[in-house]
Design a protein around this ligand. Sequence first.
Ligand code: ARG
Length: 430
Amino acid sequence: MKLWSKGFEPDKMIEEFTVGNDRELDLKLARYDVMGSMAHIRMLESIGLLSGDELKSLLEALEDIAAIIERGEFTIEPGIEDVHSQVEFMLTQRLGDTGKKIHSGRSRNDQVLVDLKLFIRDELKTTSQSIKHLFDRLQLLSEKHKDALMPGYTHLQIAMPSSFGLWFGAYAEALVDDMQMIAAAYSIANQNPLGSAAGYGSSFPLNRTMTTELLGFETMHYNVVAAQMSRGKTERAAGMAIAAVASTLGRFAMDVCMWMCQNFAFISFPDELTTGSSIMPHKKNPDVFEIMRGKCNRLQSIPNEIALLTANLPLGYNRDLQLLKDIIFPAFSELRSCLDMCDFMLSHIKVKENILDDPKYDYLFTVEDVNRLALGGMPFREAYRTVGMQVQNGEYVPTRSVSHTHEGSIGNLCNAQIAAKMETVMDKMS
Ligand code: ARG
């Protein structure tokens, strides 16, 4: 029986097609649905739509349902459309007519919105912790290997000296920018849509400020239509943040695959963290980072998928919006599994020392030698030509000494300043 039943049941095929896998996805929303309902009924009591006794018994019943959810025993029964209907059904089973009063002044449209805001807010917070762990790991490795030089490339051609300190530290700092996106998405999710009801408010004298405070939202979506429009926009902002992190991580995974290749051999991992081949007995493959690269590339399509799903929808609720859950829910866990796996792998990374002693890297030092001549008083262009001609005539002998001192260079990584930037960004989510 549906909440909206008026004496006929919809065709089975129609039900299956429209509900799809929503029952399964909605399980993730259950605890937030109960939180939203608790705030809603407290507010209803405060405006005289529920008695003190009714509030008390409804709160007790909701606590009971919350405990069932926490124990992992909550299910959405066959024939019940979604989590919102299931919670209301359970309340009515327990409390009869009192259970039926809970829906005054709200609609499933703002109910699902409030659930999603609370869910996305939490998921972003948890994701930010995984990002921070990886950030800390990268910074640690950057400091540990700050003196281990490696080649820097442009056009994939040997360019200038780089270092493991610079490489690890670069990805740490890139994650700070990604964290800005996470914090922005968090702030967009941190607004109360409850009270927008079906999308056009209610003639009940709802106290939306009260539910905003009860649910710990930073502010509310004031305009009820804007509140409804935030479905899709909230997911898209979160999706953009996920894609930003995924682009950093996917690129890092590519570096790792390349540096593990025997032609570079800059890094390695213990055998048990590599994978083998069914035909080539010597293989120790970087499958972990290949899967990570692939997953991260896929995650970068999330904002695009959301944009296509929501483009030009008419104002107000449309059922298409339900499909957003399919896109965004698995994306959070997928990204976190990549972040956590990367952190784990990096806790075992082995870095090769003295890479630059190999003569094939001699030309990395040409700019150092040009600069040395220029610092000695020779005009830069002349110094450039002098070293250039040595290279051209096969007479170049590198001095092999490197001295970079400016901020952010191999000799002055500024990891502490980067950590401070990360703290500032993360404070926005506390
Ligand atoms: N499962 C629905 C969704 O995610 C809940 C809202 C249903 N609202 C409606 N008017 N049919 O969007």
